[in-house]
Design a protein around this ligand. Structure first.
Ligand code: FES
Length: 210
């Protein structure tokens, strides 16, 4: 399902997610959680955006973990939630979203560890375009989207950060290395689509429906 609201609620979000929202003209607010102020590496940078947009919670100062059922935490109806963080936070946000179906939650699922002896996931790989049969190489420093654009393809895209789902592309063969914020765990495991603006390949070649 596509998140079409022009507002975003970020949980434990990072500066790149904020920059993406700013570029898209999306209003955003952030709940930043950390065990302590000392462990909140980017706290000062985030607080500079203003208390009206950034709320912080430190477990040691509050004396407890953040309680997503507390009335002080609310998200406007229709506003999607983007969350990255440790599993307990992800689960708590998932529970909140389940109880507030109008607030869809999207999670940054970190990639599974690379198996010993296999290539690093960021190395280059090939992409075969099913419709033309053309094969292009995606080098380590490029995204699939960038390479296809360099080859003259005009593809739908918006955020270029794996957050909007505009560039979602069907995978015909190969194993994607998902790096987006929007696919569900089941969608990742199915591997039938991918966000070509950020995601890469775990196989040496992907065949895409382009
Ligand atoms: S352009 Fe937004 S997810 Fe790829």
């Amino acid at each position: 399902m596509v998140a079409c609201s022009r507002r975003r609620r970020l949980i434990a979000g990072a500066v790149p997610m904020i920059r993406c929202c700013e570029r898209q003209g999306w209003k955003w607010s952030l709940l930043y959680l950390a065990r302590s102020r000392a462990q909140a590496a980017s706290c000062e940078v985030l607080l500079a955006f203003g208390a009206d947009r950034v709320r912080v919670h430190f477990d040691d100062e509050a004396g407890h973990l953040f309680d997503f059922s507390d009335p002080s935490f609310s998200v406007e109806p229709g506003v999607p939630i983007y969350c990255c963080g440790p599993a307990p936070v992800m689960r708590a946000v998932g529970d909140f979203s389940s109880n507030h179906p109008d607030n869809l939650a999207y999670f940054e699922w970190f990639s599974p560890p690379v198996e010993a002896g296999t290539d690093e996931v960021s190395t280059g790989f090939d992409v075969k375009l099913q419709r033309s049969g053309q094969i292009v190489h995606v080098s380590e420093g490029k995204t699939i989207l960038e390479v296809l654009e360099e080859h003259g393809y005009e593809l739908s895209c918006s955020c270029r950060e794996g957050m909007c789902r505009t560039c979602e592309t069907s995978v015909i063969e190969g194993t994607p290395d998902h790096r987006d914020y929007v696919l569900s765990k089941a969608e990742r495991e199915a591997g039938r689509t991918m966000m070509i603006c950020v995601s890469r390949a775990r196989s040496s070649m992907l065949v895409l429906d382009v």
